[in-house]
Design a protein around this ligand. Structure first.
Ligand SMILES: [Zn+2]
Length: 674
């Protein structure tokens, strides 16, 4: 018996073997197809219930199996699982395409959509109907046959171009090596970075010396610490000119073609630009709004950025007689200046952040804010012995959620930290089905002599992922596809980022930041230093983020038909945000994988957008007290529990009483001109 195919609540990890996955996928895809057929073959007239709701609750078994499988592929994978993923992924996307291209199904969905004003639907039902309808219309379901054909052509071309773009960036990254044989060329690098460079040289078959590459773990420390300015320049130019060498790996034509095809696709579907198409399903809504958002921040951050740049110039001049600060000087002198100003060392902080204390701290914060209780349990199956399992209850002992926590690195776990779920939340037939939420991280493990002690960044990461976790745990919606973190992209980081703010507050730190040996609470001057150093060069950083957002919009928020020169176009987009002298050898767009390969096109602004939201939301807590129950309850009722059931701006205003303003972020970031 395949344990994945018999109904289960908590995932039955001990019974699941790798060979169970493929047959389970195949069978549940078939069952999901049968459920779709049942909808299209229904002879009754289309209604919200027999079409939209039926579609929403189809394929549930497939969803459960997929979440178990793909969560394992991230947190506890092996070659066999990866091989299954390679086989299964095309089947799943084929199944997804078969749904969005199913004309009989679209006909029924459209029939319901066309009469939506007469159906007396709830707000959530309306949102669901809209979402389902758009999943077809945004893929061309309303187009004439010849236009549909063109859309498919464009999609196929774009898929190929994106792949080529990414392959070129990767090949360019791998092609470059800086082989150093004179140890003095590594002056300034910490021992760990030097060792890594020597190891890299050995592993790449070099007989001696050190190897520096364009991979971040190698590139970043070198730019930050290497004294040799000429080598920093060489490396920086190599990094900045990926895909820009007029050779077979050049990406200029790919960039132009991607931008133009996206524009054409948007036009076909009736949108003015690609950005109009993307932003229809974002909180920001329109390119105009994104532009005014970016420009407002730019205007306010620029004076601070210029001040900070002047300070950095003076510092470099004083230290090394540098006359003209260049791009390859920025990390190096910034790091030196930061050390001089703050001298803040992770080792000083870590003893106050024993992992168990931090976990109890974040639970305590959740208890103070939302009356949640966390009870560790041992009767739930887990995929690895290191995973901890908790049952989460509300104040009346009602079961709210299951919470898996998996904190330390292992072979088989990918890097980074994330929140995910093994089961989402929904309501059906009078039952509120509660979710199974998981946080996976890669924190410093314990050693023989010391418990796991977290760096401050790890502490904020834990709070961040737990914030996403709360969004999942407190979900209280009817439809699973609108539940928890299933919200517009530029709204999803609000719960996670807002929770990070508690890490900087005395009242919260006193709950858990206690020295693991002495029990002493973290001294406030250390906390002040953390806060100050967190806003170091905030103006420069903001300008940098804005420049990427503006470049993104410059490609996607206009008609790109007449753009012929990538570099000229880019220079124009950067003109208000650049602090350093230009380098004609480099080009950002030809390696900007976020927007030309990944899913961030017309979405880069959302990093700053999310910061504005979280700062504005937390300002409300600060005004009323960071553990104020009334504010917390509003946050729970209007944001955390609502998922994507309504337009996020409406939800936000219901919580905050007004639209978010940039001022709170400017104040927190120290960007307000005094
Ligand atoms: Zn996040």
């Amino acid at each position: 018996m395949n344990p994945l195919l018999s109904p289960f609540d908590t995932a039955p990890f001990s019974k699941i073997k790798n060979e169970h996955f493929k047959p389970a996928f195949l069978q549940s895809i078939e069952e999901a197809r049968a459920e779709i057929d049942a909808i299209t073959e229904n002879t009754d007239a289309p209604t919200f219930e027999n079409t939209i709701e039926a579609l929403e609750f189809s394929g549930q078994q497939l969803d459960r199996i997929s979440s178990v499988f793909f969560n394992l592929n991230s947190a506890e994978t092996n070659e066999e699982i990866q091989k299954i993923a390679q086989e299964i992924s095309p089947l799943l996307s084929e199944f997804g395409n078969d749904i969005t291209l199913n004309e009989a199904l679209f006909k029924r969905v459209k029939a319901v959509y066309d009469q939506k004003d007469n159906l007396e639907l709830t707000v959530e039902q309306n949102t669901l109907l809209d979402k389902k309808y758009k999943s077809f219309s945004r893929n061309g379901a309303n187009l004439s046959e010849d236009k549909k054909k063109r859309l498919r052509e464009i999609d196929a071309k774009l898929a190929k171009l994106k792949l080529t773009f990414g392959e070129n960036v990767l090949a360019e990254t791998n092609k470059y090596q800086l082989h150093l044989t004179d140890e003095s060329d590594l002056d300034g690098l910490p021992e760990g970075a030097k060792e890594a460079a020597a190891q890299l040289a050995t592993s790449k078959g070099k007989e001696d010396g050190w190897l520096i590459t364009l991979d971040y773990p190698s590139y970043i420390p070198f730019m930050k610490y290497a004294k040799n300015r000429a080598l920093r320049k060489e490396l920086s130019l190599a990094f900045g000119s990926k895909g820009f060498h007029n050779d077979e790996l050049d990406n200029q034509e790919n960039v132009l073609e991607i931008a133009k095809l996206r524009f054409e696709r948007a036009n076909l579907l009736g949108y003015k630009t690609h950005a109009d198409f993307v932003l229809e399903e974002r909180m920001a809504e329109t390119p105009e709004k994104v532009h005014s958002f970016l420009n407002e921040l730019l205007e306010k951050a620029k004076p601070a950025a210029e001040r900070e740049f002047k300070q950095l110039e003076d510092f470099a001049k004083k230290l090394d007689g540098i006359d003209r600060l260049e791009k390859w000087d920025s990390s190096y002198y910034s790091e030196k200046l930061k050390q001089e100003l703050f001298n803040l060392d992770d080792e000083k902080l870590k003893p106050y952040f024993k992992l168990e204390n931090v976990i109890n701290g974040v639970f305590k914060v959740a208890e103070n804010l939302f009356d949640l209780q966390f009870e560790e349990v041992n009767d739930i199956e887990k995929y690895h012995e290191e995973v901890k399992t908790f049952k989460v209850y509300d104040a009346d002992k009602n079961f709210i959620s299951l919470f898996y926590a998996d904190f330390h690195p292992r072979a088989g776990k990918r890097g980074g930290a994330w929140m995910t779920s093994f089961k989402s939340q929904w309501k059906r037939n009078g039952e509120n089905v509660r979710p199974h939420i998981s946080n996976v991280c890669n924190f410093t493990p314990s050693t023989k002599s010391k418990p796991s002690l977290l760096t401050f960044i790890e502490v904020t990461t834990l709070f961040h992922e737990f914030g996403h976790g709360l969004h999942g745990m407190l979900a209280n919606t009817t439809y699973p596809s609108l539940s928890g973190t299933s919200v517009f992209w530029d709204f999803v980081e609000l719960p996670s980022q807002v929770l990070e703010n508690w890490c900087y507050e005395k009242e919260a730190l006193e709950l858990f930041a206690k020295h693991y040996e002495t029990g002493e609470t973290i001294p406030m001057e250390l906390v002040e230093k953390i806060k100050e150093s967190a806003t170091f060069q905030e103006g420069i950083q903001t300008l940098r983020q804005l420049s990427f957002g503006l470049l993104d919009m410059s490609w996607h928020g206009i008609d790109p038909t007449n753009i012929t020169n990538v570099k000229t176009h880019e220079d124009e987009a950067f003109k208000d945000t650049s602090l350093y002298p230009d380098t004609p050898e480099t080009c950002m767009s030809t390696a900007f994988s976020h927007i030309f390969q990944g899913g961030y096109s017309s979405g880069y602004y959302s990093y700053k957008w999310a910061e504005v939201l979280d700062a504005d939301a937390f300002a409300y807590f600060k005004e009323e007290g960071i553990f104020n129950k009334e504010v917390a309850t509003k946050f729970k009722d209007h944001v955390l529990s609502q998922g994507g059931t309504e337009n996020p701006m409406v939800l936000y205003k219901r919580f905050r009483g007004a639209e978010p303003k940039v001022e709170a972020l400017l104040e927190r970031a120290g960007l307000l001109t005094s």
